[in-house]
Ligand binder design. Structure first.
Ligand SMILES: *Cc1c(COP(=O)(O)O)cnc(C)c1O
Length: 418
């Protein structure tokens, strides 16, 4: 099994999954995609639980790879939390927020961390991961890489510009994770990371970007698991409605469908950022600056994974035939959080609310699955106003919210990191 760049014209530069994971981005600047999609094994079983189903979904991508023999252990370690459905009269919600940082990014960050650890162990090499974060990604990466051998992490965040609960998930780490409170903006943090990568005296640096194949493949795997569960439950192929920004989560669903997972329809729900919805309407793809919304983890004006969707559906006609997306305003997000709470007492986060709005307005099937990307307690300042009560912090998230900050304060100069 090999992977090629989205920008490749032939498959002469194809690499293995492990090579793609260590490289991150393809040398030509493109994103790694499978050369062709494997078929789900006929022996696929749900009988051994979620992590094992995800392991089976990943197996063909690692056929002949140096991690082939380690894959089962990596999956058992990485996917060590439940992946439940919450059901309301045929309207299901897939809760992807039982990992350590209470958001779906835990699946990808943890699979990447355990895979990289194995690869470095085999090579007896060490790697330092640099992450600039304005919010959630840093916490997921810090938590996933904490305690992994051969790896250390430096998390950079702008002083005074991340929410208190997010800061508490970034600053309390010890051991191989160090956080840096930078006297500057998020753009300064990103610039520092770029400059460090360009400094020839610094080697063994890497990133844990969301475009890394090691973060995308697990997102394919939970759609194989969830659609198979859904088929057992309703005897139908699944309809997924997916909150989307950088389109990594949704790309996982397209890959699962391409492998033969029982998926009927994939609907993307965006916030007020409209690069995708405008393309569907006009046929003209225009990346742009992002708008700030209540679903801030989806504030993306130039989604990187669009390249992976374009490689699946190269022209506008085939794109329109396969990709469905709707945009949801901040007012609709607020209203939907309220409506769902009033209907059933169920509490959802602002990102999940985008998908729920789309289900209520655009999806006519009697059964469907809204994909819930984060626990509402992560966005308590927005959600509590709508539902009029406090949301308890779930145990998984509480565990990584450290009250004592061990962050180092530094100027916006990358040399202070080393
Ligand atoms: C990252 C994120 C998203 C968007 O996912 P993409 O893969 O970027 O489309 C949605 N919701 C939450 C809570 C996130 O953290």
């Amino acid at each position: 099994m090999k992977f090629i760049s989205t920008r490749a014209t032939d498959n002469t530069a194809a690499v293995t999954a492990s090579e793609a994971i260590l490289k991150g981005l393809a040398p030509d600047g493109g994103l790694f995609i499978p050369e062709s999609f494997p078929h789900l094994s006929t022996s696929f079983t749900l009988a051994k639980g979620a992590w094992y189903a995800m392991y089976q979904a990943l197996q063909p991508y690692f056929a002949g790879d140096e991690l082939e023999g380690d894959l089962e252990e990596i999956c058992r370690n990485a996917f060590s939390f439940p992946v439940p459905f919450h059901a309301e009269k045929g309207k299901d919600t897939l809760e992807l927020y039982f990992g350590p940082t209470a958001a779906f990014k835990d699946f990808g960050a943890r699979f990447l961390a355990f895979s990289m650890e194995k690869l470095l162990e085999k090579r007896n090499e060490d790697l330092t991961i640099l992450v600039a974060t304005s919010g959630d990604t840093g916490g997921a990466v810090a938590s996933a890489f904490h305690g992994r051998n051969h790896l250390s992490v430096k998390v950079l965040f702008p002083k005074g510009r991340v929410a208190e609960r997010q800061r508490m998930q970034l600053t309390g780490w010890d051991g191989n994770v160090t956080s840096y409170e930078v006297d500057g903006t998020f753009d300064d943090c990103q610039r520092m990371v770029k400059e460090a990568f360009m400094d020839p005296s610094l080697s063994s640096l890497s990133s844990a970007n969301s475009i890394n194949l090691g973060r995308l493949l697990p997102q394919m795997a939970y759609y194989v698991y969830a659609s198979s569960m859904y088929e057992v439950k309703y005897g139908e192929e699944a309809v997924f409605i997916i909150p989307s920004g950088n389109i990594g989560n949704a790309t996982g669903a397209y890959w699962a469908k391409a492998m033969g997972a029982p998926i009927k329809r994939i609907v993307l729900a965006a916030n007020a950022n409209r690069p995708l919805t405008d393309y569907l309407e006009t046929g003209d793809y225009k990346p742009r600056a992002s708008l700030k919304t209540l679903a801030n983890a989806m504030d993306v004006g130039a989604p990187s994974n669009i390249e992976r969707l374009f490689s699946l559906f190269p022209d506008w006609e085939s794109f329109k035939a396969n990709v469905e997306a709707y945009s949801v305003s901040d007012d609709e997000i607020r209203r939907t959080i309220r409506e769902v709470y009033e209907d059933s007492g169920y509490v959802i986060c602002p990102h999940t609310a985008c998908a729920e709005r789309v289900r209520r307005d655009k999806v006519e099937e009697s059964h469907s699955v809204v994909v819930s990307t984060a626990h509402p307690a992560k966005f308590n300042d927005i959600v509590e106003k709508e539902i009029g009560r406090e949301i308890a912090i779930p145990a998984n998230l509480y565990e990584i919210m450290h009250s004592e900050s061990k962050a180092k304060s530094i100027e916006a100069d990358y040399r202070k990191l080393f």
